[in-house]
Every structure is written in structure tokens, then in C-alpha cells.
Design a binder for this molecule. Structure first.
Ligand code: M6R
Length: 358
């Protein structure tokens, strides 16, 4: 059941420290190496490039994951499953289907196409024995526990965490792979992630933020690098459960078109979690000049006070992990906004938890 929570979504958001501990449990050794029992050393010796296929929230996790693979020197792309094309698949392709349910028709059909074209395949999924898990050559479980709310929350965090582990394992097998320079720090911080998430959950002011901007008519989300998939995910979650107009952009793209949409009736959630904060600041300032309210997600409130109307604080951590903390703040903003609007949060109109048609 939902326990003390009004909705499964809020319960699942609050479960994230535990579900992540589960995802990571036993998979990182004391000396900072990754141990995935599914994949003994050498499993991927023949692989030359990696492609992710996924839909919706899982696609955003896949984009984040592809960036993490690139950090370890691996050629990786992420494609929306319904747009997948096998033209560049060879027998050295590793195709990774990311799907919480393991039953999404678009994803399964892309997975089959990849197999037919000769790729080796992995399903990264939450559901043991799901179609994706059965059909792919290998299954890697995210171990997030059952997710009831239609809006994917804790499974996004567990997907991304799992893909960062997989990135490290692949970097050991693939010829072009190299360990991250900051390997030790990265894995130490990854293991601290559940603790940081609890800190966000305990201190978040997202409810007040939701209330403050209820009368706006457009909600934009911007970020760069791994904040970009989080911006897409923030906007998807927001539109899915509030039914308000929301869009996510790469920060740098704002000036290439979307800025025309920005008015005093807009809010721009801007992420400042990585090393490119100075550039995002300029983008946010442009929106601020057009009268939009800026909500900055940052570990350093002092650096944004000149243009940010509101701050959502996250603990300081490794930039590749900070996107996940920002995402939790955005999940909470979407939840509380939808709750204030009295939406049917766990079962938004027109949507299904598992989309079994193409
Ligand atoms: O089960 P899957 O991860 O394959 O589902 C893919 C999408 O339908 C799903 O992530 C959807 O976008 C979410 N419910 C959005 O919150």
C-alpha cells in the first residue's frame, strides 16, 4: 500500500535512498571496482560501440547513461526506440534496451530489430522475467522494487546508477575503454548518493516552489551535459502529472528558438550542478531579462542570487552524480504542483504504466 503517503508517486520518490542502496548493493568493491556478477571480465571483448534504445523516462536515463559511457572513452549513442534504425549495426554492436517494465512495445520491437541485424543485446530492466529480460542476450536488473505510480521516479535514479556501473565494466572490456581519471572520487560519491538523496528529501522546499508558480502558463527546464537529460525528464514529469505546458531544453539551445516562448508568465528551472555553470548562467539571465522567473537548482546559492528568484538546494557532490539530485528536486516540484492542482497523480489521464502498443 501507500502507507503514510497520499500517492504512490510520493512514496516512490521518498523510497529512492533505499531503492538506490539496493541497486548499488554488492556491486562496488572496497577498492572502488565494479562487480557485476552478470558480466564476468571479457563478456564484451568483441564490442566496438554501444547504442541505447528506450522510451520516455527510460530514454532520458539512457541519454544520461550514454554520456557516462563516453566519460570512459566508449562510443555510445541513445536513440528513442520508436525511431531506431539498424543501418549502422554490425556484429560488434552492443545494443542496450533500457526499460523499467521490460514490456514496452516500441522498445521490444527495436530490440528484436537489433538482434536480427546481428547486435549483441542487453536488457536493463526492473522486472525479472519480463519480455526484454527474456529476449535479450543478457539481463541486468536495476533492483528498484515495484513501481506503481505511472510517473517513473525511483526507477530513473536506479537506471542511471546501473548504467554508470555498466559504463565502468564496459570500459574494462572494450579496447577504446579507459577508467575515469577521477574513478575513486566518483565511486565514493556514488555510494554516498542515497545519503544525499535523503538530505534533499528532508530539506526540499519544492512544495513552496510549486505554490509560488501555480499561476504561470509555461514551465521550462534547462541544463547542460548530464543536466540536459534531467531537464527533459523534469519537463516530461511536469507535463505528465500537472497537465501544464512544460518543455525541456539544452541550456545552449534556448537562444536558438525557444527563447521566443519566454514571457513573464514563464518559469525556467535552471540547473547549475556541473562545471559549465557560467554558460548556463548566461542562458538563464537571458530568460530573466524577458521577465521569466528563474528557479536555480544548485549547491551554491550565492552564485545565482543576482538572477534567481528561488533556489532549490542540493548537496555538493561529483558533477556526474549531481544531475540525479537535481532530478529529485524536480520530481518533488512536479508532485506538489500536481497535488495543488488536484490532479490524479498516480494515474494521469490518457497514459498507461506499460505501453504495449507501437
Ligand atoms: O517501462 P518502460 O521504462 O519501457 O517505459 C517507458 C515509458 O513509457 C515510461 O518511462 C514513461 O515515459 C514514464 N511513465 C513517464 O513517467
Amino acid at each position: 500500500g501507500k502507507g503514510k503517503y497520499d500517492h504512490y508517486m510520493l512514496k516512490e520518490i521518498n523510497e529512492q535512498a533505499d531503492s538506490l542502496s539496493n541497486t548499488l548493493g554488492g556491486r562496488i568493491t572496497d577498492d572502488g571496482d565494479v562487480d557485476l556478477e552478470e558480466f564476468p571480465r571479457g563478456t564484451f571483448d568483441d564490442v566496438d560501440h554501444v547504442e541505447f534504445i528506450a522510451c520516455g523516462t527510460s530514454y532520458h536515463a539512457a541519454l544520461y547513461g550514454a554520456q557516462q559511457l563516453q566519460r570512459t572513452g566508449i562510443r555510445a549513442t541513445a536513440t528513442i526506440a520508436s525511431e531506431y534504425d539498424t543501418a549502422t549495426v554490425t556484429e560488434d554492436t552492443l545494443t542496450i534496451a533500457v526499460t523499467q517494465s521490460g514490456e514496452t512495445a516500441d522498445t521490444i520491437s527495436a530490440l528484436r530489430a537489433a538482434q536480427d541485424a546481428g547486435a549483441e543485446t542487453v536488457a536493463v530492466t526492473n522486472v525479472v522475467g519480463s519480455s526484454a529480460a527474456r529476449e535479450a542476450d543478457h539481463a541486468l536488473y536495476i533492483r528498484a522494487g515495484p513501481e506503481i505510480g505511472v510517473a517513473a521516479t525511483k526507477t530513473f535514479s536506479s537506471q542511471v546508477a546501473t548504467l554508470t556501473l555498466l559504463a565502468h565494466r564496459l570500459s574494462q572490456d572494450l579496447e577504446q575503454g579507459t577508467a575515469r581519471e577521477d574513478n575513486e572520487e566518483f565511486f565514493a560519491e556514488l555510494q554516498n548518493l542515497p545519503e544525499y538523496i535523503d538530505e534533499v528529501l528532508e530539506t526540499s522546499t519544492a512544495e513552496a516552489v510549486g505554490e509560488k508558480y501555480l499561476d504561470k502558463n509555461s514551465y521550462f527546464f534547462i541544463g547542460r551535459d548530464n543536466e540536459y537529460p534531467v531537464a527533459l525528464e523534469g519537463a516530461l514529469k511536469f507535463k505528465e502529472i500537472t497537465y501544464e505546458h512544460a518543455e525541456g531544453f539544452a541550456s545552449g539551445e534556448l537562444k536558438h528558438g525557444p527563447l521566443a516562448l519566454v514571457t513573464p508568465k514563464s518559469v525556467v528551472f535552471s540547473m547549475f550542478t556541473g562545471e559549465n555553470g557560467e554558460k548556463t548562467r548566461k542562458n538563464a539571465e537571458e530568460a530573466h531579462t524577458r521577465g521569466a522567473d528563474i528557479v536555480a537548482v544548485t549547491d551554491d546559492a550565492d552564485s545565482v542570487h543576482e538572477f534567481a528568484d528561488t533556489v532549490l538546494h542540493i548537496p555538493e557532490t561529483h558533477p556526474d552524480i549531481a544531475g540525479l539530485l537535481a532530478n529529485v528536486q524536480l520530481q518533488l516540484v512536479s508532485y506538489y504542483t500536481a497535488d495543488l492542482l488536484d490532479r490524479e497523480i498516480d494515474k494521469p489521464r490518457n497514459l498507461a504504466k506499460s505501453v504495449t502498443v507501437e
